[in-house]
Design a protein around this ligand. Structure first.
Ligand SMILES: *[C@@H]1O[C@H](CO)[C@@H](O)[C@H](O)[C@H]1NC(C)=O
Ligand SMILES: *[C@@H]1O[C@H](CO)[C@@H](O)[C@H](O)[C@H]1NC(C)=O
Length: 482
């Protein structure tokens, strides 16, 4: 059998959100898609599994700590999301999906499509530019092989067929980040989504692929670009994106709570909880699409802490207090009301460590918000929304308590690199929304130009960009860094 799977695709906007704060954003997000053009032999196969390329998960070690310097190494691995994979017939190698459209004879409806089509294994480094070494994961933005791949999204696996499940209440999560090669317009994201541990196989028997093939993705944007949801293709009502040749949107969205630990590039960074009132496939108003942004089941805006946006414009960036020209450590602490794992999530704190120095998070410097604040609490979120004139969907969807409930239910670790076909990442690193004056509180989020971040530009000018996530540790508060 020959082999040559190509995939183009497009990344997806994992946690976009943070702050699409337009009063009525015109539409949701576009998400990934995978293009493949090929013909091969060999086989297999509802959302079935293909065997052209063996699925070999790159290994990644992580650590569980009990006290500073007292950590146990765990051998884990990562898996590529299903949306990026070649999707072909179970009986051969005709594409079920090409560019941003489904083959209507193989996929006349979602259930039939899931029977006819198989997800194949991934050539992680060759096709997708995904490599690991020890405790480090590198994601390249663009990878040119037989086809061009754009961005990627991977999950941490506990075993070959299950995601590692995290509950960070009364704990902290720590990792090292190198964003020195990640310019304006890109997003190297590390976050948690409330995905099913097995990718949804047990609940939906037509999903034969499961976590081993990266199924079951969901997030707080209720993305419609997910190709399979609940064991069925999302081909019904599919509309190819007008400006993204690899993505489209189906009738259904895939909603669940999301905790963005890190959405960033070398110019800006944010951490953002996004609670939801349910974790499910959505249809219609519950997806919170278009003018109904605040009427769905998830908090799409989230409650973000971006140091620049919160008034400290010299805290994080090249040559700044947290210098993005080199690697640093990001610590995120999930404090509960009674300092126990069963308490209510009450505060999310942030620290950095660089060159051996512990750096406290920047303090808020915005008229109308207490200048001692340097973390996310429900009070901070309510005040920030009021001062910035934003809708408080965060509180409406349950605030920090609901975010804590999502951890109690179990969250999956996601790492990705992506560009933004919806808003050019301006919500993270520039001024946003553009129809407001940049001097109004909350509009300026970073120093990137308002012209930056167009996918057509960054996909050529930043083709060699990459991000490195490493040294992942979890443990009780204060245990993961010295
Ligand atoms: C929880 O721990 C913090 C920090 O050690 C302390 O300030 C606070 O009083 C504790 N809260 C409770 C309810 O014990
Ligand atoms: C892509 O098209 C969508 C829907 O028409 C629109 O909302 C979005 O702003 C466009 N994005 C870019 C970068 O042109």
């Amino acid at each position: 059998m020959q082999s040559s799977v190509g995939c183009i695709e497009v990344l997806h906007q994992p946690g976009l959100a943070t702050s699409i704060l337009k009063p009525h954003p015109p539409s949701e997000m576009f998400r990934a898609a995978t293009l493949i053009a090929f013909t091969l032999l060999a086989v297999v196969g509802a959302q079935q599994v293909g065997t052209n390329t063996a699925e070999t998960h790159p290994s990644l070690s992580v650590q569980e700590c009990t006290a500073p310097g007292s950590c146990t190494t765990q051998q884990r691995s990562i898996v590529l999301d299903a949306n990026w994979r070649w999707l072909h017939t179970t009986t051969g190698y005709d594409n079920c999906y090409t560019g941003n459209t489904w083959d209507t004879s193989l996929c006349p409806d979602g259930a039939t499509c899931a029977q006819n089509c198989a997800l194949d294994g991934a050539d992680y480094s060759g096709t997708y530019g995904i490599t690991t070494s020890g405790n480090a994961l590198t994601l390249k933005f663009i990878t040119e092989s037989q086809q061009k791949n754009i961005g990627s999204r991977v999950y941490l696996l506990e075993s070959e067929s299950s995601y590692q499940i995290f509950n960070l209440k009364n704990k902290e999560f720590t990792f090292d980040i190198d964003m020195s090669n990640l310019p304006c317009g890109l997003n190297g994201a590390l976050y948690f989504s409330q995905m099913p541990k097995d990718g949804g196989m047990a609940q939906f028997s037509t999903n034969k692929a499961g976590a081993k093939y990266g199924t079951g993705y969901c997030d707080s944007q209720c993305p419609h670009d997910i190709k399979f949801i609940n064991g069925e293709a999302n081909s019904d009502g599919w509309e190819p994106s007008p400006n993204d040749s690899n993505a489209g949107k189906g009738t259904y969205g895939s909603c669940c709570a999301e905790m963005d630990i890190w959405e960033a590039n070398s110019m800006a960074a944010a951490y953002t909880p996004h609670p939801c009132t349910a974790s499910q496939r959505c249809e219609g108003t519950e997806c919170g699409d278009g003018d109904n942004r605040y009427g769905g089941i998830c908090d799409k805006d989230g409650c973000d802490f971006n140091s620049f946006r919160m008034g400290d414009q010299t805290f994080l960036g090249p040559g700044m207090t947290v210098d993005t020209k080199s690697k640093f450590t990001v610590v995120t602490q999930f404090v509960t009301s009674d300092n126990t794992t069963s308490g209510t999530l009450s505060e999310i704190r942030r620290l950095y460590v660089q060159n051996g120095q512990v750096i406290q998070n920047s303090k808020v410097n915005i008229p109308g918000i207490d200048a001692s604040v340097d973390s996310i609490t429900d009070d901070f979120c309510s005040t920030q929304k009021t001062v910035f004139g934003d809708t408080n969907s965060f509180q409406a969807k349950g605030g920090l308590a609901a975010m804590g409930d999502a951890f109690e239910a179990g969250m999956v670790l996601v790492m990705s690199v992506w560009d933004d076909h919806e808003a050019n990442m301006l919500w993270l690193d520039s001024n946003y929304p553009l129809d407001k004056d940049a001097s109004e509180p909350g509009v300026a989020r970073g120093t990137c130009s308002t012209d930056s971040g167009k996918p057509t530009d960054v996909e050529s000018s930043a083709a060699s960009a990459s991000v490195v996530f490493s040294n992942i540790k979890t443990g009780p508060i204060g245990s993961t860094f010295a």
